[in-house]
Design a protein around this ligand. Sequence first.
Ligand code: 13P
Length: 342
Amino acid sequence: MSSLHLIETARELVADDKGLLAMDESTPTCDKRFAKFGIPQTEEARRAYRELIITTPELGESISGVVLYDETIRQHKRDGTPFLKIIAEAGIIPGIKVDAGAKAMAAHPGEKITEGLDGLRARLKEYAQMGARFAKWRAVITIGPGIPSRACVEANAQALARYAALCQEAGLVPIVEPEVLMDGNHPIERCLALTEEVLHMVFDELYSQQVMLEGLLLKPNMILPGLACPEQETVNEVADATVKCLLRAVPAAVPGIVFLSGGQSGELASARLNAMNLRFRGRLPWALAFSFARAIQQPALEIWQGDEAHVSAAQQALVHRARCNRAARRGEYDAAMERIRA
Ligand code: 13P
């Protein structure tokens, strides 16, 4: 597979002010979210929910790519049409989550290491044959007393780089996701310092393992105070801290940065992304886009509640969040966009 093809896909994923929709919740995570609303935790309910998402009218106007899960990439609409066909017809690029989850790290209480490298080459080959053009791997770093350890950050950075190299070999654009969690009572400065350190280690490993930066996307957390921190910075302060961190640590060769939402509300995630694009317009080497799961899906899931009669209303809520985030890429998002809808 030529490098040109990887570069083109990476650029396409952040072109035209669009972004990604992550719908790759593993079965346990998806079931947990369903359980909150009393939705049956069955393969059919998960299939119906994912059908709702990908058949949302006009989704492709704001969404360039969707991240699927192994169960989902093989599923069909109720009428028998493969999901991959629906996604292609919507002009959306299919991607696939390939990590096997963040597991407790031996000898490191409270810390996690992401598994999934064994057999990855064969799995990537199969997904590429099915039509996937990019992949995703999430590493999780927890802030707490005495953690993260250097061992945890290094091991996760190395796994991310090994995954990324295998993806590029298979012709898939790797989305490299080192997530520093927002849980905790730490101040924003701690998130900034730690995320900077994590990103330096990740790019060091990517360099060692000869991953081509032009053919990947970075999926980081925004720089935020801990959820339980008494001092919560403004939208503009978060935007400034996030861009400061990324300018220090992310090489200019990377075509795009697609943020995770990490548990922020849809409105806050849009407002913060908007502030970054508005305040730094024309001054950044990479596109600042999104790859949200909860910040796009949450209102739709709440409306759907597993009821066929609510599908259309849920789809409207979903496409609304997608449009808000496209507007945020242009620095044109405004809280008024939420009021008009309400
Ligand atoms: P959230 O936007 O809900 O954090 O999910 C993004 C994601 O893909 C996590 O891996």
